[in-house]
Design a binder for this molecule. Structure first.
Ligand code: HEM
Length: 538
């Protein structure tokens, strides 16, 4: 054997050993089963969607044991489902430490997106040079301890003092007109709603949270391209390729894989654009509708006075912009899908809104629409925008629930989709959309909501000290959106749409196109991707 072929054989054997080592489930924790690694890769090869994978392979062991071991992101993790276990993880943040992608997969593109190192050349802050390298890549969602408290002090008031629905109301009316206009251009079939809703969710965030009203109106004129939006769409396509999500180690080769080179370029482009747009498009003082304590103002003041470095401003802007419109957008898609699938619930909602006879929705007391609130919570329960998230790491060995031994360094995550549908908490009809389960009056619904969150039976916004800070805004946005859409339009699912959650194939498309989509689109959250709705004006 020549020296070259001996080397090739050794490399091959080393790779096989590494692969077997990586893909063999760990022995610990011993008390819970492992989902075979190939199950998470099934959609790459077969016509099967994530909901099917869940019910066929994951739900059984997960509900039985309350936790499982699963291969994701290039490593084995523990997914916790049972509410009592989840409460424990939420409460013991000092043991189950937050550990975002920057720490878990620091070389990955995702980590680069959330905490990349370049400084926008247009910015200069006094504290920048002093602080720049102290905190590499962190943001409010992934940071811990002092750093998190610092971000939270800046960000929380900016997200929670907002409550005026007027700008959302105006955008929602435009949204209704856009849907109707698009429907007019396509008489026989349903229309795709995702792209429009992404612009709508961005518009709401830009005007209400960042106080950029001009940019917000540009987002709502869908006949015009908005670079921030188009860059974000392209970036998403490149960033979330399933092969790199499953094996982020491949990102170590990012500089030689053309699609990753492109992803890196897009990350910078998006981040630069976002930063300059938020800084340069803010509504002028005199033109503002209210005295503001908005998030945009707060972030910029904190950057100017040196509380945040340029890098911290940039990382937090990225993550707030993405979390602040991706999650509401997913909830809107899922809610419109569910209401199209359950027309009687849509009609009941319409009757409630009619009966309430609201003349000015911008001053409405939303408590007079309990069925609307219950419907939103029910959509959030059935299809939580963040269906699965693995972002905690055991700082020390610990017995979860007193019976599952978790060794130090184990990654732990949640499956909100499973917890929110647990029949032990929600009954045998847990998979059904039934808003009445939350109660019929505003008091009953609020009580049920508070108790379901406190008992970790409803975890769409997670819980404990690290619960979502945008919950209040997201719920208000959803109320206004559904209020306007249900009042002005009626919709149903396009019967020709292949009803699947995260479908990977479309039987009408050529095989090559489908193969490409399998590799590029099937990762990510559980929601009715590509849903088509048929609208009727009322
Ligand atoms: C339906 C909409 C939303 C859902 C379902 C949602 C869900 C979540 C979840 C599950 C977390 C915890 C993430 C983790 O543990 O890593 C979270 C955190 C967070 N969310 Fe949301 N979110 C939504 C909307 C928003 C909006 C509109 C904003 C505002 C811009 C926002 C800002 C945040 C922030 C700042 C955190 C970090 C909280 C902390 O760690 O202190 N979210 N969200």
């Amino acid at each position: 054997m020549t020296r070259m072929s001996a080397l090739t054989v050794s490399v091959f054997i080393a790779l096989v050993i590494l692969f077997i080592f990586l893909l063999t489930p760990p022995r610990y924790p011993r008390q819970i089963p492992s989902v075979p690694f190939w199950i998470t890769l099934l959609p790459l090869f077969f016509e099967i969607d994530q909901q099917q994978i869940f019910s066929q392979y994951i739900a059984g062991p997960l509900y039985k044991h309350g936790a499982i071991k699963i291969f994701f992101g290039g490593q084995w993790n523990v997914i916790v489902q049972r509410p009592t276990y989840i409460s424990e993880v939420f409460k013991k943040e000092h043991i189950y430490n937050k550990s975002g992608n920057q720490k878990k997969i620091p070389h990955s593109m995702l980590a680069e997106f959330l905490g990349e190192r370049s400084i926008c050349p247009t910015l200069k802050s006094p504290a920048e040079t002093a602080n720049y390298d102290l905190v590499a890549g962190s943001n409010i969602i992934s940071a811990r301890d002092e750093e998190w408290r610092c971000y939270r002090a800046v960000i929380k008031p900016g997200l929670q003092t907002f409550s005026h629905p007027k700008p959302i109301l105006e955008n929602a009316k435009k949204l209704s007109n856009i849907f109707w206009q698009l429907q007019g251009q396509c008489t026989e079939k349903g229309i795709l709603i995702q792209d429009v809703l992404q612009r709508y969710a961005s518009a709401n965030l830009l005007c209400c949270i960042f106080d950029c009203s001009e940019l917000s109106s540009q987002m709502m004129s869908i006949e015009h391209e908005v670079p921030l939006h188009t860059t974000q769409l392209t970036l998403k396509r490149y960033l979330f390729r399933p092969i790199f999500m499953s094996f982020p180690a491949l990102d170590r080769l990012a500089s030689v894989i053309p699609s990753r080179v492109k992803a890196r370029k897009l990350i910078r482009q998006f981040s630069d654009l976002l930063q300059s747009q938020i800084l340069n498009n803010r509504t002028r003082e005199g033109e503002r509708s209210a005295k503001n304590n908005c998030l945009g103002d707060r972030l910029i003041s904190a950057w100017r006075d040196g509380t945040l470095t340029t890098k911290q401003l940039r990382d937090n802007l990225n993550v707030l912009y993405v979390a602040g419109q991706e999650n509401p957008q997913l909830l809107m898609i899922s809610s419109l899908y569910l209401l199209g699938k359950y027309p009687t619930i849509q009609e009941k909602l319409r009757q409630e809104i009619k009966a309430c006879n609201i003349s000015d929705a911008s001053t409405t007391d939303w408590r007079c629409l309990p069925y609307l609130t219950a419907t939103i919570l029910e959509c959030l329960r059935l299809l939580p925008p963040i269906s699965q998230l693995i972002n905690r790491r055991a700082a020390e060995p610990v017995w979860l629930g007193g019976s599952i031994y978790i060794s130090r360094g184990t990654y732990i995550g949640y499956n909100s989709y499973a917890t929110n549908r647990d029949p032990d908490s929600w009954g045998p009809d847990a998979d059904e959309l039934r808003p009445e389960r939350w109660g019929t009056t505003d008091e009953q619904i609020s009580m049920k909501y508070r108790s379901a969150k406190a008992r970790a039976e409803f975890i769409s916004f997670h819980g404990g000290s690290r619960a979502c800070l945008g919950e209040k805004f997201a719920l208000l946005e959803m109320r206004v959106t559904l209020f306007v859409l249900v009042k002005t339009l009626r919709w149903e699912l396009d019967p020709e749409w292949n009803e699947k959650i995260t479908p990977v194939c479309d039987s009408a498309s050529p095989p090559l196109y489908n193969a490409y989509h399998k590799l590029t689109l099937q990762a990510g959250p559980l929601y009715p991707r590509g849903v088509r709705l048929i609208f009727e004006k009322l």
